[in-house]
Design a protein around this ligand. Structure first.
Ligand code: DLL
Length: 453
């Protein structure tokens, strides 16, 4: 034990402005609005948002014209089906500012996501957009269990990524105290988590795992500290990883979803019922479609999430195809919120691998691996092309150093993957620490297939 390892935990007693166990809504009226009123509000906002898009963005105007749809003709929410889709390539093609409905001079902020190929995707916000986002993120933090007066340790990356500043402004709007850590410097994060006594940790789930591992290595038992809630998102993760994080950090792990093209974090979030993520329908319209036909799927069926913004000034989006796969449920929730629930996002359409005809998402592999005896919960998938077939190698990390045990581990993992997912994968056991650790969004797949031009 080094000097750093002295018990340095703030007491488990907090001075909450609002008792943490009391049900609390940041915006009760909006969150519990009766469906009929909510739908009237949506229709009013939809028409205004379409007008904004068509008046200020040539691409939206041209697409709406081509579809024979005018904002004033939209008379019911069902008319949404007649409107054209928007895609990520539209943002790329309009790089950097072509989809903005306000002149650059009227924007308060820009964010961008790097993307693996080509130009980044640039998104812009007016001051009012930032205020709306802060309100929705505050609502999301509260829905997940954060309270005014809490200490919130924010390990989402600050910068062009929307995670850091999005969670930051939301935490301030909630009335919490923010520790603006960003990602990286994990030893320091562990020390400050313990010293300051944060009740809430915001991070990607893979980075939260990194924090847990470093804390254990440093001899700091975060489970005995003040942490109670983790608000994790920005990447797909499994129930198995949720249980792992809850056990190793001593907190309740909640799922938060969002994307920069629509806003950033705070588009949807879990409540205490943990029966899906409430999507904030007073600001967004959610649809689930069949990605091939573009038609809506019956409620409860999986499909691609499509989102239309209802209040964005600078970057209104009409039927944006997120590529994220989920299901929706509209039945009332035990928490009292009336907004629909999206099931945990399994992954992106683009991340789906087809291995010998079997569709597989990295998060499905994660669900099999995390918690298996003899393994640390770190992994990477390597995809290669042999002839005309894609081959998958799963790199797992052994919990111990004894390389003689690795063949048995590899055979066991291979068997589990085959029997639970139905896909034949090669498995390679790595030594402890050999699988790269996440600093933000984890890189789960190394795709070594030749690039198609
Ligand atoms: O990741 C925004 C965010 C920040 C959300 C912090 C939550 C917390 P982008 O960088 O634009 O924005 O990436 C958006 O990440 O389309 C999903 O594929 C994925 N994603 C985000 N949240 C989740 C989640 C932010 N909870 C893309 N579960 C989205 C699964 C998620 N995937």
């Amino acid at each position: 034990m080094t000097a750093m390892l002295q018990p340095r935990f703030a007491a488990k007693v907090h001075q909450h402005a609002v008792a943490p166990h009391r049900r609390y809504f940041f915006e009760r009226a909006a969150e519990t609005m009766p469906r009929e009123r909510l739908e009237r509000l949506q229709l009013r906002r939809l028409r205004a948002s379409l007008k904004n898009a068509c008046e200020h963005v040539p691409l939206h105007r041209a697409r709406m014209d081509a579809a024979g749809a005018r904002p004033q003709d939209v008379r019911s929410l069902a008319d949404l089906q007649r409107l054209p889709f928007t895609q990520k390539t539209d943002l790329r093609d309009a790089y950097p500012f072509g989809l903005l409905a306000r002149p650059r001079e009227r924007l308060a902020r820009l964010h961008a996501s790097s993307g693996t190929t080509g130009k980044p995707t640039v998104v812009g916000y007016t001051a009012r957009d930032i205020a709306t986002w802060a309100g929705l993120m505050a609502r999301s933090l509260a829905c997940a269990g954060a309270r005014p007066g809490d200490l919130i340790h924010n390990a989402y990356g600050y910068g062009l990524f929307t995670g850091g500043l999005g969670a930051h402004y939301g935490a301030e709007a909630l009335g919490a105290t923010v520790v603006p850590m960003s990602g990286g410097q994990t030893e320091r994060q562990v020390a400050l988590l313990a010293d300051f006594g944060a009740r809430v940790l915001c991070a990607t789930p893979s980075y939260a795992l990194n924090i847990a591992e470093v804390a254990e290595r440093e001899g700091v038992d975060l489970r005995q500290g003040a942490l109670e809630i983790g608000i994790f998102g920005a990447e797909p993760w499994s129930e198995a990883l949720r249980r792992e994080l809850e056990a190793r950090l001593g907190l309740k792990a909640m799922d938060v979803y969002g994307l920069s093209e629509i806003m950033g974090p705070g588009v949807a979030v879990e409540c205490e019922a943990q029966d899906g993520l409430h999507g904030w329908e007073d600001h967004f319209l959610f649809e689930i479609i069949d990605p091939d036909s573009g038609q809506p799927v019956p409620e409860g069926q999986p499909g691609e999430l499509v989102i239309t913004t209802l209040s964005k000034q600078a970057l209104p989006m009409i039927r944006y195809r997120t590529r994220d796969i989920t299901r929706a449920a509209s039945a009332p929730c035990a928490c009292g919120r009336t907004h629909l629930r999206l099931q945990r996002i399994t992954g992106r359409n683009d991340d789906m691998l087809i291995i010998r005809g079997v569709n597989v998402y990295p998060s499905q592999i994660e669900a099999v691996l995390v918690g298996l005896p003899g393994l640390a919960p770190h992994y990477q998938l390597v995809v290669e092309r042999r002839g005309s077939l894609d081959e998958l190698t799963v790199e797992v990390e052994a919990a111990g150093d004894d390389a003689l045990a690795y063949p048995e581990i590899e055979a066991r993992v291979k068997h589990h993957i085959k029997s639970l997912i139905g896909v034949s994968a090669a498995v390679v056991a790595k030594r402890p620490g050999e699988v790269p650790r996440s600093q933000g969004k984890a890189v789960r797949v190394r795709d070594l297939r030749p690039k198609t031009p």
